[in-house]
Design a protein around this ligand. Structure first.
Ligand code: PGA
Length: 255
């Protein structure tokens, strides 16, 4: 994969997180309207919660049917089952899948408790490919520049794999974990290269805490130190939706 940008991504700067959530939800809803069998991935974390609320409201109002999509979970802690209260898959089920009326059999999750997590990760990559790849991947921006759990050091052509979490990500995860339970040191994540094969990628970013990381991701040379910077390789398949606070340090806003 060449580290050049074939064409430019789209950047939309909106006033606040609510507007970011609304716009991201419209993109997802529009994609599902055009293709009820959409192969979708959505992030975990605080950023997508507003988007989930909008989508669930549309489903409840009868304006959106997500029952035919296939949803691929992007990451999971090694050894943690979906039933575990600390599981990312379980979190996604509670936060989005169940309220949005997505049948559980339409959800794909990596077999993170498999005896051989590396083989499970490779099998998951193959499962995404067998589904025709992701039609739409909505991603959040990690405080350390990660996308899904592709931590700093992740290559542009990395596949779905096991990797060690940075201390920063472990601390971020701890906020979601049952108090007193040690957070895991390893996760399985859909790889950067796998994500870059998606037909469309949407990066949602809000808040002043992300300002500097978004600037580095979009305006510094692409580098494994900031995995999100690789997203620019997707060219015009990438749409960045940032609120004004997150976008405040960007110098080139005419995308
Ligand atoms: P956040 O996490 O949405 O909670 O900021 C983003 C991420 O780590 O991907």
């Amino acid at each position: 994969m060449q580290a050049t940008e074939a064409s430019d991504y789209t950047l939309t700067i909106v006033p606040d997180a609510a507007a970011m959530s609304g716009m991201a939800a419209e993109l997802v809803a529009g994609a599902v309207a055009a293709n009820p069998g959409l192969v979708l991935a959505v992030p975990t974390g605080s950023t997508p919660l507003g988007m989930f609320e909008h989508l669930v409201a549309k489903v409840r109002a009868g304006n959106l049917d997500l029952s035919g999509i296939t949803l691929f979970c992007l990451d999971e802690y090694v050894g943690v089952e979906p039933e575990d209260p600390n599981s990312l898959t379980g979190w996604l089920k509670r936060s989005f899948v169940d309220p949005a009326g997505i049948p559980w059999d339409r959800v794909r999750a990596v077999a993170s408790s498999a005896a051989d997590p590396g083989a499970a990760a490779a099998a998951y990559d193959a499962e995404i490919a067998a589904a025709g790849g992701l039609d739409l991947a909505v991603l959040g921006l990690g405080p350390n520049g990660h996308i899904a759990y592709n931590e700093p050091g992740s290559a542009a052509d990395s596949r779905t794999r096991v990797l060690a979490l940075t201390p920063e990500s472990s601390a971020q995860a701890a906020a979601y974990w049952t108090a007193g339970v040690e957070t895991p040191s390893r996760a399985i994540t859909v790889g950067v290269g796998t994500l870059l094969e998606s037909d469309r990628l949407v990066l949602i970013v809000s808040g002043a805490a992300k300002t500097e990381m978004l600037r580095r991701a979009l305006e510094e040379p692409m580098d494994a130190a900031i995995p999100a910077s690789w997203l620019r390789l997707a060219g015009d398949r990438l749409h960045v939706i940032a609120d004004a606070a997150a976008a405040s340090a960007l110098t080139a806003t005419n995308h």
